[in-house]
Design a protein around this ligand. Structure first.
Ligand code: GLU
Length: 515
């Protein structure tokens, strides 16, 4: 194992190697982010973060998942240094039109490599042709099950076939796969940065797994090892669920005579109930978080802390700050617990850090979708919308909450029932009186230069007229916003203007007087 000091001097090349068989989710993006941060960490010199599409499982592949992968990275705002070039980016990404020196980075475009290396293992006697049909393999499985055998997987039948005969049969196009010949009765030892030395009896490793399928496509194991080697990957940071495959990979590296990369299997991500994070716990796909109105920076910040600790007491980090602090020593062994409430907190924090223009730009699509403007916004509506951000910024957890909270600024609210207007210990007559005072004051408040000025003014007036400030404010708020609970009243009055505010109060007064 290399000490951290040695890693410090290294040019780190790491990778995120998703299989496009599903939407990008928290676990995958955590892996991607950690690899990105590690390549850019202060311990890395000119590190490279590689994206490789492991799309060899053609039955589960779907192009929409590739698009989802690209869209997810776009939205999150961090990028790979080498990797596939999305169609729409061919022009934009000028650094290398083919995506990097080890192009292509899509495994289905690299099948020649895998065939060549499978052949190399066959030639070395480290792999063999298997002619068993899937029916036979299924039959073996059934028989073992019925006999309650402890053995599982392939029974290594074709391992006995004379390699020359096998080669002839394969050459005559007899359907076959290529299997790894696992050295039996040996032990494979490797080091995991986080988990330490790991020993695995070869007899317990998946017996002679398929490397090349009968359709000529490689399996995950072959393609993954060959590409990590060819792409000069120095560190494999991946989810712990791949730990069981690692002995097999190490056996393959040895069979090829290659030096394996450093391995670091990342702590699991759990729900609060201690079970692996899944749909049962809530949103898991990045798309769902995006649609719910999470900010990419908040999500990144939170994900970066899933299984890693940086500075005591510091919770908000930019991507650059995270990269500067990241190291494998900061990773925790214990599983990370995904806390939706904490993520919400992060989102709120990031919303508060934005200025009105930034926040308005992000909330705008939600507002249009919610029909806030009755179509595309007019210039005046946009002005109001931007100004209203100051009113809701402190209260938002999600962007999509904004339109509902400020709807009263765009559309006259329904006048609520009389009881809603009446402050505690007051009656209807008193409420009408208070609202009349409010109407007299509203012009000055709407024109006040700041909230403080408006507040000072109404406070002084309340004292002078010997009414409680709270009692004066309540009916006014209900008349203006249609609700007892609303964004700040003074700011609302300023945005609505004196005339509109007075009109709303008058309408409320009419309703109260007639009730
Ligand atoms: N293609 C594998 C996946 O879907 C990659 C695992 C690895 O990083 O080796 O996660």
């Amino acid at each position: 194992m290399l000490s951290y000091d040695t890693i410090n001097l290294m040019k780190i090349r790491d990778r995120y190697a998703p299989s496009p068989t599903g939407l990008q989710h928290i676990g995958g993006i955590r892996t991607a982010l950690f690899n990105y941060l590690f390549a850019r960490s202060s311990g890395s010199q000119d590190g490279k973060f590689v994206l490789r599409l492991e799309d060899t499982d053609r039955t589960r592949f779907d192009q929409s998942y590739v698009q989802n992968l690209y869209d997810t990275f776009d939205w999150l705002g961090f990028k790979w240094d080498e990797g596939p070039v999305p169609d729409n980016e061919v022009e934009v990404r000028s650094f290398q039109s083919n995506g990097g020196p080890f192009s292509p980075y899509i495994q289905s475009e690299r099948t020649e490599h895998y065939k060549k290396f499978a052949q190399e293992l066959l030639d070395k006697g480290q792999a063999y042709y298997c002619f068993c049909t899937s029916e036979r393999i299924e039959e073996v499985r059934k028989q073992r099950e019925e006999a309650h055998s402890s053995e599982s997987g392939y029974d290594r039948l074709c391992r006995q076939i004379d390699p020359e005969d096998a080669a002839k049969r394969a050459a005559s196009s007899e359907p076959c796969t290529v299997r790894l010949k696992i050295p039996l009765s040996e032990t494979t030892v490797f080091n995991d940065y986080l988990l330490g030395d790991i020993e695995w009896k070869n007899d317990d490793v998946n017996p002679d797994p398929v490397l090349l399928k009968s359709d000529g496509f490689p399996t995950y194991h072959l393609a993954n090892v060959v590409d990590d080697h060819l792409m000069e990957i120095t560190h494999v940071l991946r989810a712990q669920e791949w730990l069981a495959s690692t002995p097999l990979h190490v056996i393959m590296y040895r069979a090829f005579g290659w030096k394996p990369p450093e391995f670091c299997h990342l702590p699991m991500v759990m729900g609060q109930d201690g079970k692996k994070l899944s749909k049962r716990h809530g949103a898991t796909s990045i798309d769902e978080f995006r649609k719910a109105g999470y900010l990419p920076a908040a999500l990144i910040n939170y994900i970066a802390l899933l299984g890693a600790s940086y500075e005591e007491g510091k919770e908000i980090y930019t991507l650059e700050e995270l990269a500067a602090r990241f190291s494998l020593d900061k990773l925790n062994k214990a599983p990370a617990v995904f806390d939706y409430k904490k993520l919400e907190w992060y989102n709120g924090q990031y919303i508060r850090m934005m200025n009105d223009d930034e926040l308005a730009a992000l909330c705008l699509p939600y507002a249009i979708e919610a029909g806030l403007f009755g179509g595309e916004p007019a210039e005046q509506q946009l002005k109001i919308f931007t100004a209203s951000m100051a009113l809701v910024k402190e209260r938002l957890i999600f962007l999509k909450e904004a339109p509902e909270k400020i709807a009263y600024l765009f559309k006259e609210p329904e006048i609520p029932a009389a009881e809603e207007f009446i402050p505690k210990k007051c009656d209807l007559a008193k409420t009408i009186e208070l609202l009349q005072i409010g109407k007299e004051l509203v012009n000055s408040m709407a024109q006040a230069a700041s909230d403080e000025d408006a507040e000072n003014f109404i406070k002084t007036e309340a004292e002078r007229r010997e009414v409680k400030l709270g009692d004066l404010m309540m009916p006014l708020r209900v008349a203006i916003t249609g609700s007892r609970v609303s964004p700040p009243l003074f700011g609302s009055l300023r945005i609505l203007g004196a005339a509109c505010s007075e009109q709303r109060i008058q309408k409320a007064l009419d309703k109260l007087t007639n009730s």
